[in-house]
Write a protein that binds this ligand. Structure first.
Ligand code: FES
Length: 972
């Protein structure tokens, strides 16, 4: 990248075995040089030396290239992932990262592999601790590090010349009584306390056997990720690219009286500067949801008012990053600073600053008190039921404003193609929603916009928002040039989205230990804009009141604006906060009643066949559909977890501990959903090729979850051919059919349903054509086995022969099908979460020593990718419970807006994350599948609080559980 006014110096170094003699600007960063040189495995996650995704080896030492000047590498040897192995000849580390499922989004993978390589070169036989310590230099937000550590151990063994056994997930088949299952010893964790365990799958004997489903094929996109191929948004840059940069507000609340861009525009290299004066005022919401998105549309592309530190003020496009950043400093903004409010409860009071006082926003419930939504829903007669209760408990809980902290920042590249259509290449979970939402903002019809979703470096809900695509597109339309716009890491904390901070008050009433009444009052802090405020908080109400499904229930909720960065979609989506509160309160209730907590929960949790009382009243942003629990593995999950943790024995033991360090064990039960009933729709297309392979094109968005692989497995199962015969492509609004996108735990269940229908359709076409070739009258008598269609008389044709015949010879036509799928039920996956902790009562430190989740997600399509979801979910939940929150200074500025100050759990501090699946067979899901991704984040917080109580006798209601809060709680 060119930089100005710098005298260049000559240096020589060796890059991936090749000597380079170059003249270099002393300010050039190694990261930028390497990426400009085409080495796209080197990622840019923070540019602050904190995340480690830019790690390369310099003379064999892992080094962060984003804080290394190119001039300092003179005379040294630099190695990037590109030098390791090729797709045909992978390095042992690349192989083991692939086979263990250590790759989810893959953004951190190159740096993790290089870091591990450096370790193994120094220490060929590292301990688990040494691997953890080494990998802690590279953050991974997806995995929980379990498979990564396993991958390094296996590679080390291979490199030492030892043989390693197949990486095969153990499965135990059980008859009706799960109590009789004898778990393998390792799952009790008596000996090796930290060693990564493979997930264990427990399968009822009556479930049909599968061929492709339930297996763990190599991820269909794994090789390109493990070899660092250019797969992400920023890895492909068009010629003549302009670099855009965003000017954001330094004030929590202010009117912009004027903006003068004269000096910025005069800076050589600046091509465009845009402010609110330049862009038509079109109201919209950034939430990437189905049409019509819930009101209010309380944003415009650029406004003359700012409502939080980090709010958009202006955007610059220039010929390089440095000039764009310099130009931002030359924009003169005259602010009229206004009083601000950071707390939702204060924001509702009379006299609080009014955040949305603009006249053109419709649909705010009570703008003068900053209440954007007020939600009430009720079933039965809660007041009467409380009167009839023989015992009542109440509790108030608080949950933090957690950041997604995905490693790839929000990034978008836009350009005009040869037909003058706008192409938006963007890191999004919702490509089809992006196209629809930006069209009116940029003044183009949808048909002139093509949105391409490349590989995504993590999303977790944060990329379900339309944050950059509008501005980037407008810059391209104004300049006629390709434009790249990316949030800085600091802007990720101040200008993107977070989890909703919530204050939750539950009141529960029982009669003979049976829950008959529940009331849930919720205040959800949506930050400066509404976006997902309605839907997240409705889901909180529905899931929070459905886990125990009292017949007389009431939900009262206010969703409130504050002058803080907006809240949005985040894995768990309100359900995790609500289930944290209700689970802890149920534990307290059992203690108050003097009854066994498991029996008490068992008596009350949502049971098989039960109607979910609030399903109709609390849909997502609108009325929902009547639903009942059709499959549930809750009971079995609890039994298995109790056994694997020796729960009762430990619980008793820990009640009478002496000394300052005390141990505890806790548990929680949780449910989630599988897509949004009656709203989420997905489609899939299968097309047969000459060789009998298939293009599987889906609008579903693999954001690291492994959904491309899972969808191929579903098609493979139906068609009786291997996964490698599918070329999966997702997603591109020009070439793939519609899908609502990756959210609401819907991909396996909804998108998988579409793939299964398309595969069934294709199967019918293949059998019909093969029957003609084989001169068989009844196509349904044919069967497909290993790429061969076999007639009852054992005559057969191959898939390839069918393809060639149908395309070139007999009754010529293209065998292909597109099918759509929607479900009017959202079957809840269920799980039991267990946590073991050690509490340092002198310092308040809580060490989580083990998290075990026993999961019923229906049929497990791929146990390794599913386990990866559960491990990653538990890891993020651990952060939610123990340390992640957003803090502000007196001006409303976020004080922990860096990875170095935001409390992410790194590899060296991550406890063992164990996963056991108990399979059920959900009739509405593809091959019996429900969802897994969000369920996995729901349980750790209440289980940890339960464990801390077991250790100390104190209940904690306010997350995260910092040392200070624990000490304060213990001192009461
Ligand atoms: Fe590590 Fe996604 S796989 S950040």
């Amino acid at each position: 990248m060119a930089t100005e006014n710098q005298e260049e110096i000559k240096i020589q170094f060796v890059l991936n075995g090749e000597t380079r003699d170059i003249s270099v600007n002393p300010k050039t960063l190694l990261l930028d040089y390497l990426r400009d040189a085409g080495l796209k495995s080197v990622k840019s996650g923070c540019r602050e030396g904190d995340c480690g995704t830019c790690t390369v080896l310099i003379d064999g030492i892992p080094t962060q290239s984003c804080v290394t000047k190119l001039s300092t590498v003179a005379g040294k040897k630099i190695e990037t992932l590109e030098a390791l192995g090729t797709a045909e000849n992978l390095h042992p580390l690349q192989k083991t990262f692939l086979e263990t499922g250590a790759i989810q989004c893959g953004f951190c993978t190159p740096a993790q592999i290089l870091t591990a390589k450096a370790l193994l070169e120094k220490n060929p036989n590292p301990t688990d601790e040494e691997i953890r310590e080494s990998l802690s230099a590279v953050l991974c937000r997806c995995t929980g590090y379990v498979r990564n550590i396993d991958a390094v151990m296996r590679a080390a063994a291979v490199m030492r010349g030892e043989s390693v056994s197949d990486y095969k997930v153990p499965e135990l088949i059980f008859q009706s009584d799960i109590d009789k299952v004898v778990l393998p010893q390792a799952y009790y964790r008596k000996d090796d306390k930290k060693k990564p365990l493979l997930p264990l799958v427990l399968t009822p004997e009556k479930m049909p056997k599968m061929i492709a489903v339930g297996k763990t094929p190599t991820k269909v996109d794994g090789v390109k990720l493990v070899t660092g191929k250019p797969a992400f948004t920023d890895d492909v840059q068009p010629e003549g690219l302009l670099f855009a940069a965003l000017l954001t507000s330094p004030h929590a609340h202010a009117n912009i009286k004027d903006i003068d861009t004269t000096k910025a525009k005069a800076l050589p290299g600046v091509i465009e500067v845009l402010t609110y004066k330049d862009i038509p005022r079109v109201k919209y919401a950034t939430s990437g949801q189905s049409y019509p998105q819930p009101m209010p549309y309380d944003q415009v592309v650029l406004d003359n008012k700012v409502r939080h530190v980090g709010d958009r003020v202006a955007v610059v496009a220039a010929i390089n990053r440095e000039i764009a950043e310099k130009a931002l400093k030359l924009i003169d903004v005259t602010y009229e600073v206004l009083p601000f409010v950071l707390d939702a409860e204060l924001a509702m009071k009379d006299g609080a600053p009014v955040i949305h006082d603009e006249k053109d926003t419709e649909g705010i419930f009570d703008a003068s008190h900053n209440r954007v939504y007020h939600i009430e829903a009720e079933v039965g007669e809660p007041d009467q039921a409380f009167k009839e209760s023989d015992n009542i408990i109440e509790g108030e809980f608080r949950t933090p404003k957690q950041q997604h902290a995905q490693l790839e920042p929000h990034i978008c590249i836009t350009y005009l193609d040869e037909d003058n259509r706008l192409v938006v290449r963007t890191s999004t979970q919702v490509p089809f929603h992006v196209r629809r939402i930006i069209a009116p903002l940029i003044g183009l019809p949808e048909k002139r916009i093509r949105v391409i979703k490349p590989r995504i470096g993590g999303g977790f809900g944060g990329k379900q928002e339309v944050l950059l695509e509008d501005l980037c597109s407008i810059l391209t339309l104004r300049t006629g040039r390709p434009v790249r716009l990316e949030l800085t890491r600091s802007q990720e904390f101040t200008s993107s989205r977070t989890r909703h901070r919530q204050a939750l008050r539950f009141k529960l009433g029982v009669k003979n230990q049976k829950l008959i009444a529940a009331e849930f009052k919720l205040i959800g802090d949506t930050g400066a804009y509404g976006t997902h405020g309605l839907t997240v908080n409705m889901v909180a109400g529905f899931k929070g009141l459905t886990l125990y499904n009292a017949p007389n229930s009431r939900f009262i909720c206010d969703v409130v604006y504050t002058n803080t960065p907006p809240s949005g979609a985040f894995r768990g989506y309100g359900a995790m906060q609500a289930q944290f509160a209700v689970e802890v309160l149920m534990e307290e209730f059992a203690e108050k009643l003097g009854v066994d907590v498991i029996e008490f929960k068992r008596k009350n949790w949502l049971k098989l066949g039960e109607t979910m009382h609030l399903a109709k009243k609390l849909g997502e942003g609108r009325e929902g559909y009547e639903q009942a629990m059709v499959t549930s593995g809750m009971e079995d999950c609890v039994k298995v977890g109790l056994k694997a943790t020796e729960f009762f024995a430990k619980r008793e033991l820990y009640k009478a501990q002496q000394g300052q360090i005390k141990k505890g064990i806790g548990m929680a039960v949780v449910i989630h959903g599988s897509g949004i009933a009656g709203l989420d729709m997905a489609a899939a297309t299968l097309k047969m090729n000459d060789d009998g392979s298939f293009n599987l094109t889906v609008g579903a968005t693999d954001i690291g979850t492994g959904s491309d692989t899972i969808l191929a497995q579903i098609a493979a199962e139906e068609l009786g051919i291997p996964v490698e015969d599918f070329i999966v492509y997702s997603s591109d609004t020009d070439f793939t059919p519609f899908d609502k996108g990756a959210y609401a735990s819907s991909t396996t269940y909804i998108s998988g349903g579409a793939v299964l229908k398309a595969a069934r359709n294709i199967r019918g076409q293949i059998l019909t054509h093969a029957a003609k070739m084989l001169k068989v009258n009844e196509p349904e008598t044919l069967r497909i086995v290993e790429r061969r269609i076999i007639a009852p008389d054992e005559n057969s044709v191959t898939m390839r022969e069918v393809a060639l015949s149908s395309l070139h010879q007999l009754d010529q036509h293209q065998i292909m099908a597109t099918e759509s799928h929607i479900s009017f039920t959202s079957p809840p996956p269920t799980a039991a979460q267990f946590a073991e902790v050690k509490v340092h009562t002198d310092t308040g430190e809580v060490e989580v020593e083990r998290l075990l989740m026993v999961v019923d997600c229906g049929r497990v399509i791929n146990p390794i990718t599913a386990a990866g979801q559960v491990e990653g979910g538990m890891a993020q939940a651990l952060g939610f419970a123990m340390g992640e929150d957003t803090y502000y200074n007196a001006n409303g500025n976020v004080t922990n807006d860096r990875f170095s100050t935001y409390d992410l759990v790194k590899a060296d501090k991550m406890p063992p994350l164990d996963v056991i699946f108990v399979q059920t067979d959900e009739p509405s899901g593809p091959f019996g599948a429900k969802s897994v991704s969000e369920l996995s984040i729901d349980g750790a917080a209440p289980a940890i609080v339960s464990a801390v109580h077991n250790a100390t006798g104190v209940w904690f209601h306010d997350l995260p559980l910092t040392k200070e809060k624990v000490l304060t709680g213990l001192s009461k």
